[in-house]
Design a protein around this ligand. Structure first.
Ligand SMILES: Nc1nc2c(ncn2[C@@H]2O[C@H](COP(=O)(O)OP(=O)(O)OP(=O)(O)O)[C@@H](O)[C@H]2O)c(=O)[nH]1
Ligand SMILES: [Mg+2]
Length: 641
């Protein structure tokens, strides 16, 4: 036999009590899955059992054998959670029975769509009876993917049909493939935890997502305990790694078995949340008793089986998804999107199926219709990770990092980053800064608010080509202003803004009255002429015979457009060309030694009164900087406006 190659497909049994499920596993593998003395004495399965089957070429599958007893359906669900395929076992001498139907329903609800139908105890039936049972099972699976499943008559006592079953199993397991889930971080819902003499606790289950290696740190929830994996076993043998879809055992030192009972989850640290108040998207099952508001039901999810109180916004029709809330008797660790089943514990009946959405603090009321709507949109995106990331961001109502997203959804951090980038390309989210993201629903709100602030500013200052940052901050509030200030240039341009150093940003589209444009040209002419010795605004107004207020606006317009410069922000303005000429001379002088103020004064025919504020302005813009009593060059090319 070649070396063993475990396939990431656990095959589980399903079917009514006493239909020969365990006997079948033993006939296939040589291992009897019932482990406990009580099981052997009573001849019924009380808990999950395990075995594996290898073909001569080394290909191997793991089995999970479940109990058929009607009171043990919760254990069947715990086993079915990790199944990649199933053996639906129906005894030829009994036919389709209540737990045949119920187990089949669970397989369907958990998405176990691959498998083989076994007509067991074939030795007890003649050809005619076998055909009757076959017809019964075909009616059961009609209209589901199980219609395609092979049907094999088998006797565990005589060995009839076993070879055919092994072949069918191999084809099915290969077709089922492994769970393709590059998104989720490592997670193993615990099926069993026990103490191993001298080695601490061992937990077992089927890895739901990701992979785990010896030496890696894990977190056990809801206990909230951490441990470092000492050993990994797959199918009962030492293995360097446990992967999604493989029956895996982990040796976790420092943890007691009681801290990791069935229903616990072993996860990559910080990737999983737990809580007692869970919000679910649920759909009543056709033909099932109606879900009742404020009733007690059992929640089954992964290996979790917990009772709690169910709250519904209204009566739900079968086939209609509603956002329900449940207060569990104890906390559970769940991942958004995880399939859940609601069950009436007694008399036992499946009531509804659905997905886990989120944990909550406060119950939703009537007026929270928008959030309910948002949650439905979130749930509609479970198969589309970038959309799911966007919907999640919208639900948060503010910016979040990809780490926040990963933690909330149980994703690997790189996967979260990838999904956000993809959602960004689709225009569903927007990067608001390094590692910060905002849902577009919210970005749309921000956009509307920014445009409103700009419009209000324009109404009051139609001649301005800039807007003070203070004005934006006042209009948006500190949190939204921070988001705005973190936006990249392209996003700002879409809002009609351009970032600039200093206390004001540019407005890329301004609508300046024509008369003002003309006046500004006249004012600029005067400034150019005057070089580094310009007149005061009042003098310009007098020279042009214009209203001083209008001249003031024209000067602001020239400064906003970067055609004039006003050191200190008020008073005299200088034509940009004049200041550029000064900068060139200053740079030249500093390259060759020290700044010589008298020579600058002479060269530009000006005085210290004009010159000193301009030299400070050059410091401010970063061309020069002070160094003790002297100036030195900092960035000769720095922008002057
Ligand atoms: N004649 C005959 N009897 C069988 C066959 N397979 C199982 N049995 C008998 O049926 C009884 C039940 O078999 P199990 O394998 O324990 O049934 P099960 O489905 O695992 O039962 P639970 O796990 O309790 O739901 C036992 O007495 C078996 O010997 C078979 O192929 N032929
Ligand atoms: Mg059994």
């Amino acid at each position: 036999m070649g070396s063993l190659r475990p396939l990431p497909v656990v095959v589980g049994t399903a079917g009514h009590i006493d239909h020969g499920k365990s006997a079948l596993i033993e006939a296939l593998t040589g291992q009897h899955p019932d482990r406990w003395r009580e099981e052997k004495e009573r001849g019924i399965t009380l808990d999950l059992g395990y075995a594996q089957l290898a073909w001569p070429d080394g290909l191997e599958i793991g089995f999970v054998d479940v109990p058929g007893h009607e009171r043990l359906v919760r254990k069947m669900v715990a086993g079915a959670t990790g199944m990649g395929a199933a053996l639906l076992v129906v005894a030829c001498d009994d036919g389709v029975m209540p737990q045949t139907r119920e187990h089949f329903e669970v397989l369907r609800l958990l998405g176990v769509d691959h498998g083989v139908i076994v007509l067991s105890k074939a030795d007890l039936a003649d050809a005619e009876v076998r055909e009757l049972v076959r017809a019964e099972v075909e009616a059961l699976v009609q209209g589901t993917p199980w219609e395609e499943a092979p049907v094999v008559a088998v006797s565990s006592h005589t060995g009839e049909g076993l070879e055919e079953l092994r072949k069918a199993l191999r084809r099915t397991a290969l077709a089922a493939g492994g769970p393709e889930d590059p998104l989720h971080a490592f997670r193993l819902p615990v099926q069993r935890a026990f103490a191993l003499h001298g080695a601490g606790t061992v937990v077992t289950g089927v890895v739901a997502s990701g992979e785990i290696r010896e030496g890696e740190e894990v977190e056990v929830l809801p206990a909230g305990r951490r441990s470092r994996v000492r050993r990994v076993q797959v199918h009962g043998r030492e293995s360097p790694v446990g992967r999604a879809g493989l029956r895996t055992a982990l040796n976790l030192p420092g943890i007691e078995p009681a801290e990791a009972p069935r229903g616990s989850v072993v996860a990559a640290p910080g990737t999983l949340a737990c809580g007692r108040r869970v919000r679910l998207l649920v759909e009543s099952l056709p033909g099932a008793p109606a879900l009742e508001h404020d009733s007690r039901v059992q929640l089954l999810a992964g290996t979790v089986a917990l009772p709690g109180r169910l709250f519904l916004p209204r009566r739900a029709e079968p086939g209609e998804g509603v956002v329900a809330e449940m207060e569990l008797d104890a906390p559970a660790a769940l991942v958004p999107g995880e399939r859940v089943l609601l069950r009436r514990p007694s008399p036992g009946a499946n009531l509804a199926a659905g997905r886990f959405l989120e944990f909550y603090e406060r119950r939703l009321r009537k007026r929270d219709a928008a959030r309910r709507e948002g949650l439905l949109r979130f749930a509609a995106a479970f198969e589309d990770p970038p959309a799911l990331a966007a919907r999640w961001l919208e639900l948060q109502g503010g910016e979040r990092s990809s780490r926040d997203l990963a933690r909330a959804l149980g994703w690997r951090p790189e996967a979260a980053q990838g999904a956000l980038e993809e959602a960004g390309l689709r225009g569903e989210v927007r990067a608001t800064g390094p590692e910060r993201w905002l849902g577009m629903g919210r970005a749309g709100d921000l956009e509307r608010e920014v445009l409103a602030v700009i419009a209000a500013w324009r109404r009051r200052h139609p001649w301005r080509g800039r807007i003070p940052l203070l004005e934006l901050r006042r209009g948006l509030g500190p949190e939204r202003a921070r988001i705005l200030e973190g936006l990249d240039e392209a996003s700002l341009a879409a809002l009609g803004l351009r970032r600039r150093k200093g206390p004001e940003w540019e407005l890329t589209e301004s609508a300046v009255p024509e008369a003002l444009e003309a006046l500004a040209e006249g004012v600029l002419g005067i400034l150019r002429e005057a070089g580094l010795r310009p007149p005061e605004p009042g003098e310009i107004a007098a020279a042009l015979g214009e209203d001083p207020e209008a001249v003031g606006r024209a000067l602001e317009l020239l400064c906003d457009r970067g055609r004039a410069v006003r050191p200190g922000g008020e008073g005299r303005a200088f034509a940009l060309e004049a200041v550029e000429a000064l900068r060139a001379e200053v740079v030249e002088q500093l390259r060759n030694g020290r700044l010589d103020i008298p020579s600058l004064r002479d060269r530009f025919a000006t005085t210290r009164k004009y010159l000193m504020p301009l030299l400070e302005y050059l410091d401010e813009r970063g061309v020069t900087t002070r160094s003790g009593p002297n100036r030195i060059l900092r960035d000769p090319e720095a922008a002057l406006v």
